[in-house]
Design a protein around this ligand. Structure first.
Ligand SMILES: [Zn+2]
Length: 584
């Protein structure tokens, strides 16, 4: 029977269901988790003996750059990235190459080998949505979705400046449906628009050119409309001044703006039977905190500013964030924050690409290498880990490398080892520039994360934060049958042997997707069906009509016609709309 499997005797870590390392059997029938299988169903089911192994829900990445125009620009810019990391064709798998920006096939396989089953593309420019969907459709193994870049969108800046939240809401709901995207991404609000004039903004109250709207007004407006619409995930914020010494203060002040906005996710879905509440309560998701947490006033007195942010997050409940860790080595920096990448270009002289996506957003791309010998990079390494270790409640954070910005996602097992093992961190300090210990607090931090906390950071909280915990990030009855089984015996776990931790998380013993074994010990053994999630948000027909009059009249400034703008469902693999705000 397809998608039916019994996983027996493993140590199960399912935080949303309050299961912490208990020996349990997991049963999956027709792709969904069930309480048990009948005797006759067991006869046809595949059975895995997970004795002495760690069992977790399939990994969920809530912030990664894997598909679309700027990822493809990164691939085209980096032939040197291709030849050192490649995979040959197998009877079922395509060949592929690319270390920090892998081809779509290789990206899907590599995530799956690590036990991941769900990945969200963190930035979809509206005009590039078709391209992004084409690449997501071609990415094997993974359920996917994307966040629409809206922080510097001309229509939204105008509506928000005029205080017309009704039209802003109508525009966002229409844009999500039109581009088949899932949530709102806001990059350097007000600043990316100024970059069109070679400028940026530096403070939250600085109005931008022409639109005369401030970052504060954009953050406030977008977070309010996000909740008015009931979007599954909080506004996904890449704060202003990213990558500049001293930016942590602007970041902390940005997080204060939506403090009074109440989270009201309102998706009409069937919920898995988790013991914990599976809906988010945060009104803002700060992304890749490390890059937003620079301290000091210049590169000379550069230091970690992480504590200023984590102190705020520890004492407030409306913020969730991902880390943007730096595992050292080759990376490709890519973001909608064009001015930030330009500054990095001035600093490094590396090859650089910049794109303006008409009236909507922009992006920059630049190859980058993080070196242990470099003072700044070594502090950044420490900062990424501080972000996760200083937040007391793991349910407020998510582990990422902002792949491929901090480093490629294939380095996640290394990051897990640093989080679980103080010895791993101390040994890395030995190899690092001394600024790593002098300019951060990490050397004195002795916390070692548990497997349960790792499960929160890499699947449970990622799924809960983006509003997918009704089916992802848990093994509760009714959830998707996505499971990662690792060669790691928690009873024999020795965190000083951190190389063993890296090996265990690098190649899952089994990756199960929808009840089918898809990867085994680092080999792809089946190519499963995949789903593409997007938000289908209900709104009053009248306000949509009024709003569309504005959009159509402005389309004379676009290089494509209005009718060529929408992304139809045919660009998506198994389009899976999430009905939002349905009863209104
Ligand atoms: Zn990112």
């Amino acid at each position: 029977m397809a998608g039916t499997i019994a996983i027996k005797n493993g140590y199960v870590y399912d935080p949303l269901n309050e299961v912490d390392g208990e020996v349990m059997d997991i049963f999956i029938k027709n792709g969904k988790v069930v309480t048990e299988l009948s005797a006759s169903e067991m006869k046809d089911a595949k059975e895995i003996d997970a004795k002495g192994k760690t069992v977790m829900p399939g990994g969920v990445d809530s912030h990664s750059h894997v598909a679309g125009a700027k990822v493809n620009t990164g691939r085209m810019m980096r032939p040197e990235d291709h030849y050192k990391f490649y995979q040959q064709k197998t009877p079922i798998a395509h060949s592929g190459c690319g270390y920090s920006v892998p081809s779509v096939y290789l990206g899907g396989y590599e995530y799956s080998k690590m036990g991941y089953t769900t990945v969200f593309e963190a930035a979809v420019p509206p005009m590039e949505a078709r391209h992004t969907h084409e690449e997501m459709r071609s990415t094997p193994m993974l359920d996917m979705g994307g966040y629409l870049v809206l922080g510097n969108n001309w229509f939204l800046m105008r509506y928000l400046k005029e205080g017309d939240t009704e039209k802003a809401a109508a525009y966002i709901s229409w844009m999500m449906k039109t581009h088949k995207t899932y949530g709102i991404k806001c990059v350097n609000p007000a600043g990316v628009e100024n970059w069109g004039w070679g400028e940026n903004v530096s403070g939250l109250k600085e109005a931008n050119i022409h639109f005369e709207i401030t970052p504060e007004e954009i953050i406030k407006g977008l977070t309010e409309v996000n909740e008015q619409l009931g979007i599954p995930m909080p506004v996904h914020l890449h704060a202003n001044n990213l990558g500049h010494p001293g930016c942590w203060e602007v970041t902390r002040d940005s997080l204060k703006i939506p403090k009074s906005v109440k989270a009201k996710p309102n998706q009409d879905v069937e919920w898995a039977e988790t013991k914990m509440k599976a809906q988010r309560h945060e009104s803002v998701y700060l992304t890749h905190c490390q890059f937003n947490a620079f301290g000091g006033t210049s590169w000379r007195d550069f230091e970690s500013g992480v504590k200023g942010i984590t102190d705020y997050v520890n004492s407030n409940d409306h913020v969730v964030m991902d880390s943007g860790c730096i595992p050292f080595g080759d990376a490709t920096v890519m973001t909608g924050d064009g001015p930030a990448i330009h500054d990095l270009y001035k600093l490094t002289g590396n090859k650089w690409s910049n794109t303006d996506v008409e009236c909507e957003c922009g992006s920059g791309v630049l190859p980058f290498t993080y070196l242990k010998s470099n003072p700044i990079h070594s502090v950044q390494w420490a900062m990424g880990l501080e972000v996760l270790l200083y937040v007391n409640d793991a349910w407020k954070s998510i582990m990422t490398t902002d792949s491929p910005n901090g480093g490629p996602f294939i380095k996640y097992p290394q990051v897990i080892a640093w989080l679980m093992s103080n010895k791993a961190r101390q040994d890395t300090f030995e190899e690092c520039h001394k600024w790593a210990s002098d300019r951060s607090g990490l050397a004195a931090e002795t916390r070692e994360m548990t497997l349960s906390e790792i499960a929160i950071l890499t699947r449970a909280n990622a799924a809960r934060t983006i509003g997918l915990a009704h089916r992802k990030g848990t093994l509760a009855v009714g959830a998707d049958g996505d499971v990662a089984i690792y060669n790691l015996d928690p009873k024999k776990l020795e965190v000083n042997d951190y190389e063993g931790i890296v090996r265990s998380f690098q190649n899952a013993a089994y990756t199960v997707k929808g009840g089918e074994v898809v990867a085994q010990d680092g080999e792809i053994v089946a190519i499963p069906e995949k789903n593409t999630f997007y938000s289908d948000i209900a709104i009053k027909a009248d306000s949509e009509k009024e709003m569309l009059k504005d959009v159509k009249s402005w389309f004379k400034y676009y290089t494509i016609g209005f009718n060529n703008y929408p992304t139809s469902e045919k660009y998506l693999a198994n389009p899976t709309p999430i009905k939002v705000n349905a009863e209104r």
